[in-house]
Design a protein around this ligand. Structure first.
Ligand code: SF4
Ligand code: SF4
Length: 277
């Protein structure tokens, strides 16, 4: 059974209860941070802050409104971090969370480059650093509990449940309130689908999300995308090698012919020729 979370941005009041609950449950230390230009704090996810609430000032119906967006790992259905990790430190569980085996990690940070959502963070200040991110409180899920962020949310903005049921709930909310919500469940298709889903009353790009419509993220899983690149890379590389080899042979042969003609037409050769006449 695959679980996920439905985050309804229209219900979030930006209290940061989820951000604090995440810190508490995962025993993440406080860190010195600075306010972002949008007054969110910290300005981005870090190795010690696995969930943060982003702030966005948006225009709706001629009014300026604040929208608050809890952000963490999306727990992709086919994670790019897992595909990029050659020692298989990252892996997708059948229950939904994407987890990390720290004893396997060699610190190459390919996962950080591969993740389309900029989620995994490196412990730059540690002698033996790890790559850290939200784990959807998998140990709580295993005990039949909800992730700590979902239990802390006072407004129900973060809902935990089976992904298929959350999708149905999201569709129901959109159908029941077509004037309120944009008809888009973020995470249903993005990067091949994610366990974390979002609903909003303003277009997602206004909340800083990369969207398929704007060509910022593919609708297909990124691992299949990179597989295709690898599949194409080998034949293209082989063809290019053959072309370069052919050019090299042609250039070399031409130089040899020119050299031979020069030798044949040299005065010395001509002289030798006239002596023989
Ligand atoms: S959001 Fe990034 S870190 Fe999280 S599962 Fe997807 S690719 Fe991996
Ligand atoms: S706890 Fe709920 S209302 Fe508060 S910031 Fe998190 S999602 Fe928003």
């Amino acid at each position: 059974m695959s679980y996920g979370m439905l985050i309804d941005v229209t219900l979030c009041i930006g209290c940061k209860g989820c951000q604090i609950a995440c810190k508490q449950w995962n025993d993440l230390p406080a860190e010195k941070t600075a306010f972002n230009a949008d007054w969110s704090n910290p300005p981005e996810l870090t190795a010690r802050t696995w969930k943060r609430v982003g702030h966005h000032l948006v225009q709706k119906g001629g009014k300026l409104l604040w929208r608050f967006v809890p952000l963490a790992c999306m727990h992709c259905n086919e994670p790019a971090c897992e595909a990029a990790c050659f020692v298989h430190a990252f892996y997708k569980t059948p229950e939904g969370p994407v987890l990390y085996k720290e004893n396997l990690c060699v610190g190459c940070r390919y996962c950080m480059v591969a993740c389309p959502f900029g989620v995994p963070k490196f412990e730059w200040d540690k002698t033996f650093p790890l790559v850290l991110k939200c784990r959807m409180c998998f140990e709580r899920i295993a005990e039949g509990q909800q992730p700590s962020c979902a239990t802390a949310c006072p407004t129900g903005a973060t809902l935990f449940g089976r992904r298929d049921e959350l999708l149905a709930e999201a569709r129901n909310r959109i159908n029941a309130n077509p004037d309120k919500y944009v008809p888009h469940i973020y995470g249903e298709k993005e990067a091949g689908g994610t366990s974390v889903l979002y609903l909003s009353d303003v277009p997602f790009h206004e909340l800083g999300f990369k969207t398929v419509e704007r060509g910022e993220i593919p609708a297909e899983p990124i691992p299949s995308f990179s597989d295709r690149i690898v599949r194409w890379t080998l034949p293209v590389a082989a063809t290019w090698t053959a072309v370069l080899g052919g050019l090299y042979w042609y250039t070399k042969r031409r130089a040899e012919v020119e050299e031979s003609m020069k030798r044949h037409n040299s005065p010395q050769n001509k002289g030798e020729g006239s002596q023989n006449d």
